[in-house]
Design a protein around this ligand. Structure first.
Ligand code: SF4
Length: 433
């Protein structure tokens, strides 16, 4: 049985896809990139905001057109969209053979007629990673205990449930044995790791264990929540040999009134404090953040203040979401989606324009300096041109370094590169030292 798999959404969803791939593999399936020849098309959907839902639905509809040409083809859909809208989807898209909710993902092989006798207990043991061999995500927990008013994720993924430290260490060891050198720690709320099972945050205890794994050279932290990023947390990054000087911490907004309406549980001062600690202890750290524009109570003045804040804070990387009015959220019940779509887009574009200058300026500061670069692969345009990342860039999200080298370089290698220039705002060019 040949299966074509499409994974949409965030890295956390990709880990689910990789676990399903492993499960299908040990159940006897083979895989194909060519959906025309696939017996089964499996789509792992995303569904937390409008644009993600649209992308998921369009992908399902494209698969149904392939099924029109080949009636024997089966379409199986799982993931966050199914978790939220299973009944509606079953009614609206009957061409799909199976909608499988998250709690039943482990039964996919049995549902599609593959072996029923595979062990579905520890999916991480058979996971197939789809990122380059040297970099992988480690999902340390599922769900979220925060109640941010705009967010549907706790409804979709449930309460925060951390995985035990021994299990995560075992998974990291398996990944290291496969050649993984960079571990990307993901979850909905990484800095609260462990609170649910150990009674207090245990992220650093986990990291101390992960640091002992020889093959792992870089550990990268994603999705830190501002209330749990303390001064000690920043000092721990400083003292760590393997946690790179980079973190992702979505702030969502800067203005107290909006943060309160978003029910984020902190105020602007908290973000300023974190930035001060960062400057004090680890000034060379790159931060990625994200903000939401067009929240129902965001006035023009609030927006301008956010813009000013971004100009002052100078985050290295920044993403902007336009507010999406999601029916399962507190904000949906409390507010009306008052700000027109065009206005949300204007606000988003204004921030992105400003951020482009900041990112370029930050990148220019690297010119003339030498960095350890992890080679990811080769440019799509110029196939012999290697590219990689310094510690300041995360895989598949931030800018890359194109590398001029007389000698061949291999993906997964660390090499020293002197930065010569910035191209197209985000990317760097350098030469091997
Ligand atoms: S922290 Fe807030 S925005 Fe993030 S997943 Fe939890 S509820 Fe959603």
């Amino acid at each position: 049985m040949k299966i074509g798999v499409i994974s949409l959404g965030c890295p956390k969803n990709l880990v689910d896809t990789e676990n399903i791939l492993g499960l299908l593999n040990v159940s006897g399936a083979t895989f194909t990139h060519n959906l025309d020849e696939a017996d089964i098309i499996l789509i792992n959907t995303c569904g937390f905001i409008d644009t993600a839902k649209e992308e998921s639905i369009n992908t399902i509809l494209q698969a149904t057109t392939l099924k029109e040409k080949d009636k024997n083809k089966k379409i199986v859909v799982t993931g966050c969209l199914v978790e939220r809208y299973k009944d509606e989807l079953e009614k609206e898209i009957p061409e799909v053979d199976m909608f499988i909710d998250l709690k039943n993902e482990q039964k996919i092989p049995a549902f599609i007629g593959l072996s029923k006798n595979v062990n579905t207990e520890n999916l991480y043991q058979t996971r197939i990673i789809t990122t380059p061999k040297h970099t992988a995500y480690l999902k340390i927990s599922e769900g979220c205990d925060h109640t941010c008013s705009f967010c549907a994720i706790p409804k979709i993924r449930g309460k925060h449930i951390s995985r035990p430290i021994p299990e995560l260490v075992e998974e990291a060891k398996i990944l290291a044995e496969q050649g993984v050198k960079e571990l990307n720690i993901v979850s909905q709320d990484t800095s609260s790791y462990g609170v649910d099972i150990y009674g207090k945050p245990k992220l650093w205890e986990l990291i101390r264990q992960l640091e002992k794994i020889e093959g792992i050279k870089w550990i990268r932290l994603y999705y830190l929540y501002p209330t749990t990023v303390t001064e000690d947390f920043i000092k721990a990054i400083k003292d760590s040999e393997k946690v790179v000087r980079y973190f992702e911490m979505p702030i969502q907004h800067s203005e107290d009134k909006i943060l309160k309406d978003m029910m984020r549980g902190y105020r602007k001062r908290r973000i300023e404090k974190i930035l001060e600690w960062k400057e004090k202890y680890i000034p060379d750290t790159a931060i990625r953040t994200s903000v939401i524009v067009g929240f129902p109570t965001e006035t023009e003045k609030d927006f301008e203040n956010l813009l000013n804040f971004i100009q002052q804070a100078k985050f290295d990387w920044l993403g902007v979401f336009t507010y999406s009015h999601e029916e399962d959220t507190p904000a949906y019940k409390i507010f009306k989606d008052t700000i027109p779509y065009e206005e949300k887009i204007r606000r988003r574009n204004e921030i992105l324009n400003i951020q482009n200058y900041i990112t370029e300026e930050k990148n220019r500061q690297s010119i003339g300096k030498t960095f350890k670069v992890l080679i990811d692969g080769f440019s799509q345009e110029w196939e012999t041109l290697p590219l990689g990342r310094t510690y300041k860039s995360a895989y598949d999200i931030d800018g890359v370094v194109y590398i001029e080298s007389q000698e061949p370089v291999r993906p997964g290698e660390f090499i020293n590169v002197k930065i010569k220039d910035v191209i197209d705002v985000y990317d760097l060019v350098g030469e091997v030292i």
